[in-house]
Design a binder for this molecule. Structure first.
Ligand code: COA
Length: 260
């Protein structure tokens, strides 16, 4: 897969998307969103890929937010459309059948922090820096940015992060749940690979249906979410992988999941 602003490569069942505009600290331009949408669409249907990692090129940033130069230049006549386009890419990540790991070093600001929050697992180097600085630019975190942070960490601190625009260190992001795993910077690659390998060994059916249930919980009311969980669990239960997983336990061997 060839794209202008991102690189996609794979090693066995793990695909890695590298945000590849290091000269702009991997800022999210309209082309980046287009490339991500196209790349994710291809990965979603690739049965050989069982885990996706997203990382930033260069040593300074995961992603330093939306491309401010592009926004500054643009005569913005369709801001709603811009918002929806970005939001749909974050939705694609949350709804990707495979688990998605954000492997964060350096700056994860604005849309960069949001990109990480859209991922299922968020590993950060202890030297990483987070924040929603949009308020300093006369805007606020769009593309679903206020909604997702509110759901993830709760309304009180979400408000403070949005309203102050202050940067904060990885340790704080970890305490808040913005980051799920915190590692010394030198161990980021190894820990990312370890978690990717771990999840690549699980049933693709179970992982996909688990994500469906978790997404339903975020997107629906209590009763509807529970009905969605029941349906997702039932689809999981009738899979060959479920039989293989339980047989393997009884036979004291590793399961060999095929995704059927
Ligand atoms: N959009 C476009 N370009 C960006 C960018 C962004 N979000 N963030 C950084 N860049 C560019 C800079 O303009 C600079 O380009 P230049 O060399 O052509 O001038 C390059 O990346 C390096 O950034 P620079 O600001 O010189 O590095 P720094 O170490 O002084 O500061 C940051 C790093 C991350 C603190 C600073 O770049 C910053 O605040 N970026 C914007 C973050 C933001 O507001 N994100 C939300 C956007 S809605």
């Amino acid at each position: 897969m060839q794209f202008e602003t991102i690189l996609i490569g794979s090693e066995g069942p793990v695909a890695t998307i590298t945000m590849n505009r290091p000269e702009a600290l991997n800022a999210l331009s309209a082309q980046v969103f287009q490339d991500l949408a196209d790349g994710l669409r291809e990965l979603a249907t690739d049965r050989t890929i069982r885990v996706v990692v997203i990382r930033g090129a260069g040593d300074r940033a995961f992603v330093a937010g939306a491309d401010i130069k592009e926004m500054a230049d643009r005569d913005e006549t369709t801001p709603e459309e811009r918002n929806w386009t970005g939001m749909r890419v974050y939705d694609q990540i949350r709804h990707l059948p495979q688990p998605v790991i954000a492997s964060v070093h350096g700056y994860a600001l604005g849309g960069g922090m949001l990109l990480a929050m859209a991922c299922d697992i968020r590993i950060a180097a202890d030297t990483a820096t987070f924040g929603y600085p949009e308020i300093k630019l006369g805007i606020f975190p769009g593309t679903g940015g206020t909604v997702l942070i509110d759901r993830l960490i709760g309304p009180g601190t979400a408000r403070a992060i949005c309203l102050t625009g202050e940067h904060f260190p990885a340790e704080r992001a970890y305490q808040l749940g913005i980051v799920t795993h915190l590692v010394p910077a030198a161990e980021l690659g190894a820990e990312t690979a370890r978690l990717a390998e771990l999840m690549a060994g699980y049933s693709p059916v179970a992982v996909r249906e688990l994500k469906n249930a978790l997404n339903a919980s975020m997107e629906m009311d209590f009763e509807a979410a529970r009905a969605a969980e029941v349906a997702a669990h039932a689809r999981c239960f009738v899979s060959n992988d479920r039989i293989e997983g339980m047989r393997a336990f009884v036979e004291k061997r590793s399961a060999n999941f095929t995704g059927d």
